[in-house]
Design a protein around this ligand. Structure first.
Ligand code: AMP
Length: 285
């Protein structure tokens, strides 16, 4: 069956109904569009878990702060549709903000304390906006499975938290971060980078790689921090927002006695572009 494009909630409901067969499983891949190979890998992963894949394409105003890149966020809808057709997506849901949000809306999801730490320190209200739109998408699409990227590790942790705390009937599946051959994590925002900025930006993934070669929190943070310090002196320079080694489920800093998995997460700006990246590390006993 061909790809159906639903531009409104009503069209989505119609498209879902048309494909309704008893027992069919539906997977949702929420995106903000400007689709790249990373998104496509999530769509392929979604196919492994469902009979139908729904991709949402929505640049959610609620998750952008004042002064962030909402208005210049890349919008490549025709190319996104072509990518979704190639990946055998059943339905693309691309609503307008006016269709998705009531003008007098009052109620949203709070990400709680976890939404105020690490990335939340630099982007207040961001995770409330993410969780609110994701819960709305869950309620509209009613997927059995929802697929998210490890690339946004704190977002993934918060979605898992929301699903647990609010008893949302969906299974969350995570896909690994896809990278360029030189290590740069694929991101819709990479297209903002000049060639020189892109060279500086390679320090994020290099820092994570160097850090991951060590086994204790102190050594991991020292090795990664050294790479970022070097990049802060490059031209153009990298401006670090944070480098943390955190519990993947709670995003609180791990201490030197932490065992098992930890996420080494970094956020930095190069020119006017803000980039995030992370890697999961198994700490040595
Ligand atoms: P976005 O369009 O940036 O909101 O991302 C939509 C989904 O794609 C999120 O679940 C992201 O974590 C995921 N994603 C973004 N970049 C990558 C990547 N390089 N590899 C895998 N998944 C990604």
């Amino acid at each position: 069956m061909d790809l159906t494009v639903a531009g409104t909630r009503a069209e989505l409901a119609e498209a879902m109904k048309a494909r309704e067969h008893a027992g069919d499983r539906v997977a949702l891949v929420p995106t903000m569009g400007a689709l790249h190979e990373g998104h496509r890998s999530l769509i392929r992963l979604a196919h492994e878990h469902a009979d139908h894949v729904v991709v949402s394409v929505f640049v959610n105003p609620l998750q952008f702060g004042p002064g962030e890149d909402f208005s210049r966020y890349p919008r490549t809808f025709e190319a996104d549709l072509a990518a979704c057709a190639e990946e055998n997506v059943s339905v693309v849901f691309a609503p307008s903000a006016d269709d998705l949000y009531l003008p007098d809306r009052q109620v949203g999801v709070s990400a709680g304390h976890m939404g105020t730490i690490v990335e939340g320190t630099f982007r207040p209200d961001h995770f409330d906006g993410v969780l609110t739109v994701v819960l709305k998408l869950f309620n509209l699409v009613r997927p059995d499975v929802a697929v998210f990227g490890q690339k946004d590790a704190q977002q993934l942790a918060l979605i898992r938290r929301m699903v647990a705390d609010l008893n949302v009937p969906v299974s969350v599946v995570a896909g690994p971060t896809l990278r360029e051959p030189d290590g740069l994590a694929l991101s819709s925002r990479n297209r903002y980078l000049s060639p020189e900025e892109r060279t500086t930006a390679l320090a994020l993934s290099r820092a994570l790689r160097e850090g991951a070669a060590y086994g204790t929190p102190r050594d991991i943070l020292r090795a990664a921090g050294a790479v970022l310090d070097g990049a802060a002196r490059a031209e153009p320079p990298l401006v670090l927002d944070y480098l943390v080694l955190a519990d993947p489920a709670t995003f609180t800093d791990v201490g030197d006695d932490h065992r098992g998995e930890a996420v080494l997460a970094v956020a930095a700006r190069v020119g006017t572009t803000r980039l995030i990246d992370n890697v999961v590390i198994r700490l040595r006993a």
